[in-house]
Every structure is written in C-alpha cells, then in structure tokens.
Design a binder for this molecule. Structure first.
Ligand SMILES: Cc1ncc(COP(=O)(O)O)c(C=O)c1O
Length: 386
C-alpha cells in the first residue's frame, strides 16, 4: 500500500493502537476491580510505545497512576500537562531530588541519603514530598531490608515535609517459571513487612507489589494498587505466564498488541544468482533475487541478531531478511511478492492482512525478550496514535 496522510513524509514510524491499549487496560481493570488503583507503567518511553501518547490514552481509559523510571520521564509528563499521580520507580540522583519535589512526583525510597536529601528539598521549597518505601524482596536490587523497615519508616515520619504514602516491592522471577514457590515466599515476606509496620503503629495508605504476571495469576498480590506494564501493551510477560494462566483455568484474558512498526521501501533492486547482500557478504543469492532495501537498522532498535533470520511483511506477505541488519538499513527478499515498488509500506513488527510479526517471534530470533524488542525502538522514530 502506498503511504498517505501524516505518514507520507516518514521513512519509518510506529503506530500505537488506541483501541488495543484501551482494551488491555479494561482487561486488567476487570481483574482488579474499581476499588484498587491501577498504575500504568510507562517507563522506558512506555516500553517503546511513546510515553506521552500512551499516558494520555491510559489516563483516558481509567489508569489512576503512572509509573516512570526516571526524573526526566516524570518531568516530560508534567511539562505535557499530565496531572495524574506519577511514581518514579527508579533512581533519582541526590542532586535532583528538589526537581522531583517541585514537580510533585512521588519517589521510591530505600536509603537514608535520599530521605535526608528529600527532607532538605522540602524545607527549601516549602513543599511536601510523598514517598513510597521499597522493601527488598530478595531480588537484591533496590529495597530496604525487612528487619530495617520499621526504623526506616519512622525516620521518614519524623521528617517534616515527608509523607509516607506507599510501601512497595517487586517480584524477581514471577514471569520466568511455572513454579511459583519463590514469588510465594516473596509475597509472604512482603505481607510480614506490612504487618510489621501495622504492629509498630505505622500507617501506610498504599501498598503495592503486583506486576503484569502477578495481576494475571495471583489476586492475593493486589493489595491497594497494581503496577501493570508489559500486559498493557498487549504482550504476555512470557510463555510461562500464559501457560500458568491456562493451567490454572483462570478466567481468560485477551491481550491485543498495541504497536505496529512500519517503514517505507527505499529501493527495489534485482541481483543475479550468486550476488552478495550487505556487510560481511553473509548472504549469497541462490537465484535471481529481488531485494527491498528498508531504511531501518540497529540504530533504530531493530536488533542486529535478526540478520538473515527475521521476516518483514510486504503487501501482507512474509519477506525474509537477507544479509546483516546494518546501522540504518536492512534488506528483505521480495522475489516472490509481485509488484513491490519504492515507498511501499513494510511492516517490521505487527500485522498486515492475515500475517503478523510478533514481538515474541523477534525476541526468540534475537535471543531476548519481547520487552527489549519494543523498548529499544529509537525514541526518535515518530509514534502515531491510530
Ligand atoms: C518496579 C516495577 N513495577 C512494575 C513493573 C511492571 O512490570 P511488568 O511489565 O511485568 O508489568 C516494572 C517493570 O519492570 C517495575 O520495574
């Protein structure tokens, strides 16, 4: 199909389906109910889907909170006029804590230096800062150790300006396995932490631990809020999660992929039998071959591991990649697809007619997970809501 409309001048773009995203969010809302908060995880440019585009749709579809990784992502949302509560899940350097307070961003805290810095920023700015303490769940990444939690929580309560709003934790391997004994132990540890604070007379209004896989599989992980990322984008966290859901005979959940990555063919050329394709001459044509040169490479986030293995869709048909994925170009074999011309659309990820290239397929070929396939699409590639 020849490109038209707003895409006419683009070499490549990402389409974000409002319908699919709204559907996925509704599926999670149906699972957790209206009484719990649903936080849409929009970190990493909304897993590559476009942080502003996704955040606006998610808020419109009923997301209560947004979760980002960095201060910069939070500031981008505030600058765009987003007033929804935003929780920064990742690390904010001590020197930037004042910026977070000034923008009313909630912060995840787990060490004294951040608490001290936040208290100072609150004094200086005469503003309050709401914080969520992260409990170390045995992943040994971020978090306060269980035994140190009551003292840490009290140290926050003592600081004027700081509001202890949340208590959070995060599963280590809930999506990696159908054996959920480790997540069960993590859940038990988190429940102990919640009870420990209650016993110490420390009230925390919002406890939260559940990611996509937990929200699909284990209602007992919901607490006051769930933090859903990958599922919102219509991708299952893993085959194991899909299988566990099916085996548990849980109410089925349908997820619709949100993202389609398209490009326009830059050149069509015919090469003779024996001709080499791309850097390293890793492909030699075994017949007279028609090639479509696609202006997308690993700089754009199209994994180099897809060289000579992946397919793209042209006119609704699969065309195998030939040769190496280069920094800015890839090449597909369109010999068996008649009538292909310059500027025709190519689907690198997503559906065209009855064919679909999934993030899971590309991830398997590239030796990674679907999260990385979508999250690494270069933020400079335009995102277009359809
Ligand atoms: C702290 C935290 N919560 C929630 C999520 C969302 O996880 P998922 O994409 O599996 O829903 C992430 C993602 O890595 C995270 O880091």
């Amino acid at each position: 199909m020849k490109g038209g409309g707003g895409r006419a001048g683009l070499a490549q773009w990402v389409e974000v389906s409002r319908k699919a995203l709204t559907h996925n969010l509704a599926e999670f809302r149906r699972r957790v109910g209206r009484d719990r908060k649903l936080l849409a995880v929009v970190k990493a440019n909304a897993y590559g889907h476009g942080i502003l585009e996704v955040s606006r749709i998610a808020i419109g579809a009923g997301a209560d909170w947004l979760g980002v990784n960095s201060l910069e992502e939070g500031i981008e949302l505030r600058r765009a006029g987003v007033r929804t509560p935003i929780l920064v899940l990742g690390y904010v350097p001590l020197g930037r804590l004042g910026d977070a307070v000034a923008r009313g961003l909630r912060l995840t805290v787990y060490n004294k230096a951040s608490v001290d810095g936040l208290a100072a920023a609150c004094r200086r700015l005469k503003k309050k800062a709401r914080v969520h303490v992260k409990v170390e769940p045995g992943t040994n990444r971020q978090g306060v150790l269980e035994g140190e939690l009551p003292a840490f929580a009290r140290s926050i309560q003592r600081r004027p300006g700081l509001v202890l709003e949340g208590l959070s934790s995060h599963f280590a391997n809930i999506e990696d396995t159908t054996d959920h004994s480790f997540p069960q132990r993590q859940l038990a540890a988190f429940e102990r932490s919640v009870r420990g604070l209650e016993k110490a007379g420390i009230e925390v209004p919002i406890t939260h631990m559940s990611c996509t896989a937990a929200t699909i599989l284990f209602p007992e992980t919901y607490f006051d809020m769930v933090r859903v990322g990958i599922g919102l984008y219509g991708l299952w966290p893993s085959k194991e999660t899909y299988l566990s859901c099916a085996l548990d005979k849980r109410e089925p959940l349908t997820l619709e992929p949100v993202l389609t990555w398209k490009a326009r063919i830059a050149q069509v050329k015919r090469i003779a039998k024996g001709g080499a394709v791309g850097y390293g001459c890793t492909f030699r044509a075994t017949r007279r071959t028609t090639l479509a040169v696609i202006p997308v490479g690993y700089y754009d986030g199209y994994d180099r591991g897809l060289s000579n293995t992946a397919h793209v869709l042209v006119r609704g048909q699969r065309a195998p990649l030939r040769g190496r994925v280069a920094m800015n170009f890839s090449t597909a074999d369109v010999t068996d697809i008649p009538g292909v011309g310059i500027e025709d659309e190519v689907v690198l990820l997503g559906a065209d007619g009855r064919e679909r290239i999934t993030a899971e397929q590309l991830a398997a070929l590239a030796g990674t997970i679907s999260h990385e396939i979508v999250a690494r699409i270069n933020p400079l590639v335009p995102r277009i809501v359809v």
